[in-house]
Write a protein that binds this ligand. Structure first.
Ligand code: FDP
Length: 333
C-alpha cells in the first residue's frame, strides 16, 4: 500500500479533472501515456554515459544490435506511447518534417499532441540536463482524423502543456489550466510523485537573467540596451545552461527571465514556436509569469508552419514587461 502522503501523478490528474475545463476523462490516460514514455526515455538518458562501453549511435552494441541516437529513440518512444490509444487525432514532432497521422489500423481520438522528444540534445555528450516538451490541443477540423490544420493552433488554445527534465532527478511538470504542478520520478517505485504543487515564479531579491551573451553583437540595439540595463541594475546575476528545459526550470523555481532573442541576420531566433515556445509559455502564464516574442504575447502567435521559429522572452511577469519596453519601438535592428 502507498504511504498516505504520496500522491502519484495518476491519482493527482484524476483529482484535477474537474478543475481543468478543457479536458475529458481521456486526458488522465493521455498524461499517463506521456509519463510512461518519459520513464523509458529517462532510463536511456541515464545510460547515455555508458555509450562508449555499449556502443555509440550508428554502431553495434554488445548484443550485435544497432544503437539508435537518443533523440531518435525518444521520438519513437513518444510516438509508440500515443499512436494506438484511440485518444489522439494526430501528432507533430520536432524530429519529423510533416505532421504525424494516426495509422489507419488504430482508432483516432480528439487530442492533438505536439512534442520535442529530446530538447537540448547537443548537451547529451557533456552530461548536461536535457528535456522533453509536450503540448496538447483539441482537434478543430471535422474529419475523423487530425490534419496539419489541427496542429497549427495558437498557444492560447492549448488544453495542457508540460515538460520532463532529465536532471539529477527526473521531473515532470505540467499544467492543464489549473495551476502548474511538478512530479519527481521516484526510482524505487517507478512512479512520478507530487513534489512541487502549485508552482509560481518567486519574487526573490536576487534576480537572474539567462541568455547566450556570446551573440551580443548580432542583437538589435533594443536587446543590447536591455542587457546593459540589467547589468547596471545591480540586482542581477546571469545563468545560461544552453538547454531550454533546464534554463526554464531554473527560472520557474528561482524567478528571473530567459531570453532567446532575434538576431539581425536571423529575425526569427532559434526556438521553435510549436515544440518549445508555446508549451513553455502556457506553463509560465499558469505560474503567474509571462511569455512574449518581445513584441506580443507568445500565446497569441498563430503558427503558419510546423517548424516556425520565434524569439522568446519568458519568466517573471515584471521582467518580461521590462524586456518588451526595450524592444517595442526599437525597430532599428
Ligand atoms: P540544442 O541546440 O542543444 O538542441 O532549441 C534547441 C536548443 O538546444 C535549446 O534547448 C537551447 O536553449 C538552445 O538550443 C541553445 O542554443 P545556443 O547554443 O545557440 O545558445
Amino acid at each position: 500500500m502507498l504511504e498516505s502522503n504520496v500522491v502519484t501523478i495518476a491519482r493527482f490528474v484524476v483529482g484535477q479533472e474537474r478543475l481543468a475545463p478543457r479536458t475529458t476523462r481521456g486526458f488522465a490516460s493521455l498524461l499517463h501515456d506521456i509519463a510512461l514514455a518519459a520513464k523509458l526515455i529517462a532510463r536511456e538518458v541515464n545510460k547515455a554515459g555508458l555509450v562508449d562501453i555499449l556502443g555509440g549511435a550508428g554502431k553495434q552494441n554488445v548484443h550485435g544490435e544497432s544503437v539508435q541516437k537518443l533523440d531518435e529513440f525518444a521520438n519513437r518512444v513518444m510516438y509508440r506511447a500515443l499512436d494506438h490509444t484511440g485518444l489522439v487525432a494526430c501528432m507533430a514532432s520536432e524530429e519529423n518534417d510533416t505532421y504525424i497521422p494516426i495509422p489507419d489500423k488504430f482508432p483516432a481520438g480528439d487530442y492533438v499532441v505536439i512534442f520535442d522528444p529530446l530538447d537540448g540534445s547537443s548537451n547529451i555528450d557533456v552530461n548536461v540536463s536535457i528535456g522533453t516538451i509536450f503540448s496538447i490541443y483539441r482537434k478543430i477540423t471535422d474529419g475523423q482524423r487530425g490534419t496539419l490544420e489541427d496542429c497549427l493552433q495558437p498557444g492560447s488554445r492549448q488544453v495542457a502543456a508540460g515538460y520532463v527534465l532529465y536532471g539529477s532527478s527526473t521531473m515532470l511538470v505540467y499544467t492543464s489550466r489549473a495551476g502548474v504542478h511538478g512530479f519527481t520520478l521516484d526510482p524505487s517505485i517507478g512512479e512520478f510523485v507530487l513534489s512541487h504543487p502549485q508552482m509560481c515564479f518567486p519574487d526573490l531579491p536576487r534576480k537572474v537573467y539567462s541568455v547566450n551573451e556570446a551573440y551580443f553583437d548580432r542583437w538589435s540595439r533594443g536587446q543590447q540596451r536591455l542587457i546593459s540595463h540589467l547589468k547596471n541594475d545591480g540586482r542581477f546575476g546571469s545563468r545560461y545552461i544552453g538547454s531550454f528545459v533546464a534554463d526554464f526550470h531554473r527560472t520557474l523555481l528561482q524567478g528571473g527571465i530567459f531570453m532567446y532573442p532575434a538576431e539581425r541576420e536571423n529575425p526569427s531566433g532559434k526556438l521553435r514556436l510549436l515544440y518549445e515556445a508555446s508549451p513553455i509559455a502556457m506553463i509560465a502564464e499558469q505560474a503567474g509569469g509571462r511569455a512574449s516574442t518581445g513584441l506580443q504575447d507568445l500565446s497569441d502567435v498563430v503558427p503558419e508552419s510546423l517548424h516556425q521559429r520565434t524569439p522568446v522572452y519568458v519568466g517573471s511577469a515584471d521582467l518580461v514587461d521590462l524586456a518588451e519596453s526595450f524592444l517595442q519601438g526599437a525597430s532599428e535592428i
